[in-house]
Design a protein around this ligand. Structure first.
Ligand SMILES: Cc1cc2nc3c(=O)[nH]c(=O)nc-3n(C[C@H](O)[C@H](O)[C@H](O)COP(=O)(O)O)c2cc1C
Length: 272
C-alpha cells in the first residue's frame, strides 16, 4: 500500500513535500514521475502528515484514513496575536463550578482538538478517561485524601500540605477537586521515553481549548500525586493494565466570570 497518494492533475511538482518531510523519505517528482516514497523508506514514515499539510495544491494525501481528510475553510484558524494574547492571559484556574454537567459531545469536541497536540516522534501515546459522573469525582477526591492520611507522618515531599488539606476536607470543603463535576485523566504507557511530556502538552491543549467552549479547568495536582502510587485510587479510576496516570484536570462550567488579568513575575530572559 502506497504511503502517499498524489493526484497527478493537482501536483505542480513544486518539491515542497520532499523538502518538508522530517524523515526526508519522499523522492521528488521529475518530469515523468510524481513524488513517491519507496517501500524501503516507507517504514521510516512517522505519519506526521506534513507532506499533506504543506502541499500548496492539496494534491497529496498521506494514506491513513484518507476519508477523514479535513479541509481548512478560507480564513479559518486565523487569530490576531493581540486576541490570542488576551485569550491566554485571561486563562485562569477555576475552583468554583456550577453543578450543570458539560455535555459529553462538547467534552468530545475539546478532546478531539487536543488530539492535534505535538508528541515526540508523533507517537500520540496519550489516552483519556473522562470521569463524567460527579459522584465518581467525589470518590476520587476522597481516595486522594485517604492517600494523604496514609502519608501524614511520612517523608513524602508533599506531606507538609496534608494535615491542612485533610482538615479542610473533614470540615466539608472539597480542596481536592473543588466540587468540579468532571475530571479528565490522561494516561500513558508504563514505560515510554517521552509520553509523560506528551501528556502534559495534550492536557495543556485541553486547558487552553476548554474556555473557548465556556468550560473552566484546573490542574488536579493532588489527584495526580496520589494516582502515581495509591492502588485504591488507580482501581477507582480503572487505569488499563500496562498504562499509568500522567496527570489529571478537573473541569466544568465556571460559577464566576473572569474580569481581569493578574500580574505575573517580570519576563526573565537572557538574549544571546
Ligand atoms: C502542575 C499543576 C498542578 C496544580 N495542581 C493544583 C491542585 O491540585 N489544586 C488547585 O487548586 N490548583 C492546582 N493548580 C493550579 C495552580 O495553583 C495555578 O495554576 C496557579 O496558582 C496560577 O493560577 P492560574 O492558573 O489561574 O494562572 C495546579 C497547577 C499546575 C500547573
Amino acid at each position: 500500500m502506497a504511503i502517499i497518494l498524489v493526484d497527478q492533475d493537482l501536483c505542480t511538482r513544486c518539491g515542497i513535500c520532499s523538502n518538508i518531510c522530517p524523515s526526508r523519505i519522499i523522492d521528488p517528482a521529475d518530469e515523468n514521475t510524481l513524488p513517491a516514497v519507496n517501500d524501503v523508506k516507507a517504514g521510516m514514515c512517522m505519519q506526521c502528515g506534513h507532506c499533506e499539510a504543506f502541499c500548496p495544491s492539496q494534491a497529496l494525501l498521506l494514506n491513513i484514513r484518507p476519508d477523514e481528510r479535513i479541509a481548512i475553510p478560507a480564513g479559518a484558524g486565523a487569530i490576531s496575536p493581540g486576541d490570542l494574547g488576551y485569550y491566554l492571559k485571561k486563562r485562569r484556574s477555576i475552583r468554583h463550578y456550577k453543578a450543570d454537567p458539560v455535555p459529553g459531545e462538547i467534552i468530545g469536541e475539546v478532546l478531539d482538538i487536543a488530539r492535534y497536540a505535538a508528541s515526540g516522534g508523533n507517537g500520540q501515546p496519550v489516552e483519556w478517561i473522562v470521569v463524567h459522573d460527579p459522584k465518581k469525582v467525589r470518590r476520587i477526591a476522597g481516595l486522594t485524601i485517604d492517600w494523604m492520611r496514609s502519608l501524614v507522618n511520612s517523608s513524602h515531599p508533599m506531606s507538609g500540605y496534608f494535615p491542612g488539606l485533610i482538615g479542610a476536607w473533614d470540615a466539608g470543603h472539597d480542596v481536592i477537586c473543588r466540587g468540579a463535576p468532571h475530571l479528565v485523566i490522561a494516561h500513558i504507557p508504563d514505560s515510554h521515553p517521552v509520553a509523560s511530556i506528551d501528556a502534559i502538552i495534550a492536557l495543556t491543549h485541553f486547558d487552553i481549548v476548554a474556555p473557548a467552549f465556556g468550560i473552566g479547568t484546573c490542574w488536579a495536582g493532588f489527584v495526580a500525586g496520589a494516582a502515581s502510587e495509591y492502588a485504591p485510587l488507580l482501581g477507582e479510576m480503572g487505569i488499563p493494565k500496562g498504562r499509568k496516570v500522567a496527570y489529571a484536570m478537573m473541569f466544568g462550567y465556571p460559577q464566576y466570570t473572569i474580569h481581569g488579568i493578574p500580574r505575573r513575575k517580570p519576563l526573565a530572559v537572557t538574549w544571546q
